[in-house]
Structures are given as C-alpha cells and as structure tokens.
Design a protein around this ligand. Structure first.
Ligand code: AMP
Length: 506
C-alpha cells in the first residue's frame, strides 16, 4: 500500500512526500481510512510506529473539508483537541501538525504548563483550529475562561496509558465534561489495561479497533542486552561503554530525578557531555537539553520515565537503562525510544543484583529472556547481596516491604511498587508485614490503622487539647464504626495516589 491509496488530498500527500515517507506504516494504513470515515477509534500502537501521522493526517483532511466555525468577533474556533501526557510530546505532536499541514491553511497551537499563560492567551485570541495540549494547563485556561472548547469536533487522547500512569485520570474526566457530547474521539495507547478499557468505554462510541503490535511487545527492531554489574560500578561501566563504543547519542534512563542529576555530574566530570531532563527542570532547560541532544551537541541525555515520554529522535541508536524501571511496562516505553519507524536500535540494561526481580517481571511481560553479557573488567561481585531499593519514602525490591517486591509465591508486584506505601488497608490485605525488613515505618504498620477504622478513638492533638480544656472531644464521628462502604474505601488500594507519589520522584 502507498500513501496515494489512502484517499488523502493532494496537499497532504505532498507534505508526506516531502517528509520522505513512501509507504504508510501499519498503524497509518489502518487508522487513516478509519478516521477519514468519521467514526471513533481505539488504537493500540506502541511508540515509534508512526501513530502521530496516523491521526494527524486524516484529522487535517477532515478539518480542511469543512468551513471553520467563527465566534461573534469572527475568530475561528477550536475544532480539534489533542491531549498528550507530557510537554515534550505536545510540542512534538504540534510540530507534526505543522509539518503535515504545511500546505493547508489550518492554524495550530501547543499549550502546556511551565511557561507564561499570556502568550498562549494571545495566540488563542488570534484563532486556532487544532490545539495540542497537556491536561493541566488546558484546565487552567478553561478555569480562567480564556479557552472555548464548545466547538471541538475531533478529540484525540494520545498515549492514554501514560496519562493514567501519570495520574491524569481526573483531569481527563474534567476535560471530557467540557467537550461537546457529539464529536469524533480517538484513543491511542501502547498498552490496554483494564483502566484504559474503562476509559475507552466512557469516551468511545462503537470504535474501530486497531492493534498493530503485540500487546506490550517491545519494538521488534530493538536489540536488547543486559550487562550484569555490581551496584557501585554502574557509572563506570556506562562511561566505559560510551567511550569504547564511541557512542554519540545515548538516552539514559534513571529511576529518580536525583539519580539523573548524580549520573549527569559523573559523566560530565569524565568528559562525556550530558544533561538531565526531569520534572524538576524548567521547561526552557528541558527544551534546550532536548534540542542539544537532537542536534548532536550533547552526547548523553539522562532522563526519568515521565520526562522522556514522547521524545522522538530519528535514528536514536542507543538507549541505556542505567536502572531498570520497577514498573515493567516502562521498560517497553523506554526501549521504544530507539528502533523507531523501522530503524535499528540497541537497548542496554545495566542490572545489579537488587534489580533481578524487576528483570524477571520485565521478561515475563515481554515474553522473552533478554541476552546477558558480562563486560570484561566489570564482572559483578558474586558475593554481593540484594538490597532493597529506596524510592523516596518507599522501599521496594528484594527484602523490602513485600508490597513492592515479590511474595514468597513468586507473584509479581504488579504496580504495587508505584503505590503509596502508607496505604494501610492495602498493605495489610496484600501481605502481612515482614519482620526485620527495611520497609518504611508507615508501610510496616498496617493493622494498626485498619483496626483504628472502627474502634477506640486515637489521641489526636485536637482531643488532647479538648481534654486539657475540659471540653467534649472533637470529631465524635470518628468513634462511630464505619459503614461497610466507608470501610471498603479505607481498604481500597489508592492506585492513583500511589502513582502521584512516583511522579514526584520522576
Ligand atoms: P511516531 O510513532 O508518530 O512518534 O513516529 C515515529 C517516527 O516515524 C517519526 O520520526 C516519524 O517522522 C516517522 N514516520 C512516521 N510515519 C512514517 C512513514 N510512513 N515512513 C517513514 N517514517 C515515518
């Protein structure tokens, strides 16, 4: 199949040709006709498959074929909204809108936080057809009444799985409530969890279903390898690999912002130019790091999972997992940065003894054993014992609070490690606390809180004060037993809050 067979109008075909694309990727071949028909779509496409053009090209065509509505002052109104989880992805998607729509007269705009609102307000006032936005800033504008979404005809939720991972579900619901009922909705996600399916049920109306890659499959073009190494020698090994391999564009993943900063410092000290990109960096610093990395001025970009989402670099040859992610799906997202659109790439993971359980989960997810190769001179110490991994207030991995690691039956931790450790009900329900572990104090005291739910009142500062003053203790309701529904709430695992905990670290 060729682009000429997809029923796209000439100006769009020309723009695609100018990009050097000849053959549509599988997601494009299926999504473009489906979107052109006007129906809803649920597409399972991993990153790097060409999914952006898959929804942007037909969207441009549909908008082009209808006259834009105008407000009382004659300004064009927003007709298409693309929601993305990160600023980087929003910027890249909007760049694609401009590239593919360069021979059309449609106006687009990108909107995200971390930069001033006024320029965005000014741009909105001039009229926009296609808005690409992250949820937070979009809602800010809506709250300030600087944005009118009442004429949106096409809505795209891009990388929906990551949106949920980042705790955006409430924002997404708010956005859905603002949008008109009648619209074409497209949902793109690399993975299909039950949460995604629930979201799709809510958003989509008899959608066409497209899945181009195996569920949770890593990009086939990516060669994966593991280098076992001692915990303390990872930095050294990374520098060795970069220098020996003469690598010039390496994306390195760490689990935390702090880890990213420390590693960047080490690499720079060893004459390897590196910059970190994570949630604590200003938008301008993130944009600069990305631009320098893309242009080849920067050899290494050290990123956390959230910051790296959506980074699209043509022909990125090397991705290194300096630390394995504790959420196996993140591994798939990470290595999807390389081997994009048919190019070959290499994903290397430096794995120490602490991370063996993460590795086991990843291999289980991708249904594949990843090749191991010990680098000479960096043989891991066979006597090194696994230690729990501390992520802020959480401790995960071997020997840690079992909610975050494996239980004795070899059950996977699933997404528990992302969770809020102090959720008492969940902790006690899932696994009893272990003695002699390094789990954080609040995670090790589950029963106490659960029994608190329906028994004697705690001695809170308020009650103590009331007792001193001879008053009736406040919050008598606390001493009342909880209803069954309330008790269920107490015990319910608070997934999203757990995730926001992780978000802080990334
Ligand atoms: P995406 O999955 O949308 O992030 O796209 C990944 C990369 O594939 C981008 O760098 C696109 O420029 C490129 N790409 C998209 N469609 C095609 C195509 N049909 N042929 C070649 N490259 C493409």
């Amino acid at each position: 199949m060729k682009f000429t067979d997809l029923g796209l109008i000439e100006p769009i075909q020309r723009a695609v040709r100018e990009q050097g694309y000849e053959i549509p990727t599988p997601i494009q071949a299926q999504a473009i006709p489906a979107v052109l028909k006007g129906g809803d779509l649920m597409a399972g496409a991993q990153t790097g498959t060409g999914k952006t053009a898959g929804f942007v090209l037909p969207m441009l065509q549909r908008l082009q074929s209808h006259a834009a509505p105008r407000d009382a002052r004659g300004r064009i109104m927003i007709r298409a909204l693309i929601l993305t989880p990160t600023r980087e992805l929003a910027a890249q998607v909007e760049e694609s809108v401009q590239t593919y729509g360069k021979h059309l007269a449609l106006r687009s705009m990108v909107m995200f936080g971390g930069v001033g609102m006024q320029p965005q307000i000014d741009k909105l006032k001039r009229g926009v057809d296609i808005l690409v936005a992250t949820p937070g800033r979009l809602l800010d504008h809506h709250g300030q009444r600087t944005l009118d979404l009442s004429h949106v005809q096409i809505f795209v939720l891009d990388e929906a799985d990551r949106m949920l991972d980042m705790g955006f579900i409430h924002d997404i619901k708010k956005v859905l409530a603002i949008l008109p009922q009648k619209k074409q909705s497209l949902l793109f996600s690399a993975t299909f969890s039950d949460e995604i399916k629930a979201l799709a049920d809510r958003l989509l109306n008899q959608p066409a279903l497209i899945e181009v890659a195996r569920r949770n499959a890593p990009a086939e073009a990516v060669a994966q390898r593991i280098h076992p190494v001692s915990r303390e020698r990872k930095k050294e090994l990374l520098a060795h690999l970069i220098l020996q391999g003469d690598w010039h564009q390496v994306l390195v993943f760490t689990r935390t912002k702090h880890g990213a900063n420390k590693l960047t410092e080490y690499l720079n000290k060893n004459d390897i130019t590196a910059m970190a990109i994570h949630g604590n960096k200003s938008q301008s610093a993130r944009t600069k790091a990305l631009a320098d990395f893309k242009s080849g001025d920067l050899r290494v970009l050290v990123a956390t999972d959230i910051a790296a989402r959506g980074i699209d670099i043509d022909q990125l040859p090397h991705v290194v997992n300096f630390e394995l992610p504790n959420v196996p799906e993140d591994y798939v997202h990470r290595i999807g940065r390389t081997g994009r659109a048919g190019a070959s790439g290499e994903a290397i993971s430096l794995v120490c003894v602490d991370e063996e359980i993460f590795l086991r989960d990843i291999q289980r997810l991708i249904h594949k054993e990843i090749a191991r190769e010990v680098v000479r001179g960096f043989e891991p110490d066979p006597n090194e014992k696994a230690e729990p991994i501390v992520l802020g207030r959480m401790t995960i991995g071997v020997g840690a609070n079992r909610r975050g690691g494996h239980n004795g039956n070899g059950a996977r931790p699933a997404r528990a490690p992302q969770g809020r450790a102090p959720n008492p009900g969940h902790a006690s329900r899932a696994h009893p606390p272990l003695h002699g572990t390094h789990a954080p104090r609040d995670a090790r005291a589950p029963q106490r809180s659960e029994s608190r739910a329906g028994s004697a009142p705690r001695c809170t500062p308020g009650r103590r004060r009331a007792r001193c003053l001879g008053r009736r203790p406040p919050a008598a309701r606390r001493t009342r037993p909880l209803s069954r529904r309330q008790a269920a709430q107490v015990r319910k695992p608070a997934k999203m809050s757990l995730r926001s905990g992780m978000k802080k670290l990334r």
